[in-house]
Every structure is written in C-alpha cells, then in structure tokens.
Design a protein around this ligand. Structure first.
Ligand code: 5GP
Ligand code: ZN
Length: 139
C-alpha cells in the first residue's frame, strides 16, 4: 500500500468505485472517465507501479482475470471487440502510478482511432534493430 495512491484506496474501499469484479489478487472497477461505454480498469491489490515491477507469481492470474472481466464487459455492453492496454510511465500516458490494465469495449464505427504510424529511415530502423537485439542478448 502506498499512502497516497488512489487505486490502493479504491481497493481498500476508502474511495468509492463501481466495482465489477474481485478475486484474491485483483480488483476491477469502471473507469470514472470512460473512453467508451464499459471502459474498466483491473489493478493488482498489491501496490506496484508498472508492469516491470508486477509480482511474478500473479502474472498468469492477471491474464485470466483480464479474460474473465473482458468477457463480461463484452456481453454486458454488446461490444464487437475490445482493447486491452496499459500505460507504463508518464511519457506513455500513465497518470495513476499503480499498475492497471485498461479494458475498453469497442463498437463497429465507434470513431475511436488507434495510434498513428510514424516513418523512420531504413538506417534508423536497422540501427534500432541492432540495439534491441543487443539488449536482449544480455538477458
Ligand atoms: P492512466 O492514464 O494512468 O493509464 O489511467 C488512469 C485511469 O484512471 C484514467 O482512465 C482515469 O479516468 C481513471 N481514474 C482516475 N482516478 C479515478 C478514480 O478515482 N476512480 C475511477 N473509477 N477511475 C479513476
Ligand atoms: Zn497503489
């Protein structure tokens, strides 16, 4: 528990939320400013900041929980699909520094657009490719 973390407070019931699901390690609730109808968040009950410090023992159950919640959201909203996404770090749009997965129901023609693509030169792509491979060789 981090003292000032709003998601820790939501998990503990100190801040009200529209809870939709809970199990041993996870808590899911509707997003207060939904991107689309049924936009929900799933958070680990234990405070961690992002996916890189997510507890190893909970990783598989996290995916299972995402599937359970996503299925229910799709049925409840009549969605045609859904996005699952996580912002890690402020530069990536993370505002609340308690790891959370967004589940966003999607509807044909709902007007939401995915990220725009960028172009990089062949040289830049090759250099980047080399650098990433180099990092992964160290793993
Ligand atoms: P982030 O940008 O950090 O990935 O997303 C944080 C999400 O949490 C946002 O979509 C925001 O609307 C949601 N949020 C922030 N504060 C609250 C809150 O107090 N209650 C609920 N239900 N959602 C919140
Ligand atoms: Zn927290």
């Amino acid at each position: 528990m981090s003292q000032d973390c709003i998601f820790c407070k939501i998990v503990k019931g100190e801040i009200p939320s529209q809870k939709i699901y809970e199990n041993k390690d996870f808590f899911a609730f509707l997003d207060i400013k939904p991107i689309n109808k049924g936009h929900a968040l799933i958070v680990p009950k234990v405070h961690c900041e992002n996916i890189l410090d997510f507890p190893k023992a909970e990783e598989t159950d996290f995916i299972e929980t995402i599937k359970v919640v996503a299925k229910a959201l799709v049925k409840a909203t009549g969605a045609d699909g859904f996005n699952v996404g996580m912002n890690n770090g402020e530069a990536a749009g993370q505002v609340v520094l308690h790891a959370h997965m967004h589940i966003i129901p999607r509807f044909k023609g709902d007007g939401l657009h995915t990220w725009p693509h960028k172009e990089f030169s062949k040289e830049e792509m090759d250099e980047l490719h080399r650098k990433v491979l180099n990092e992964l060789i160290k793993e």
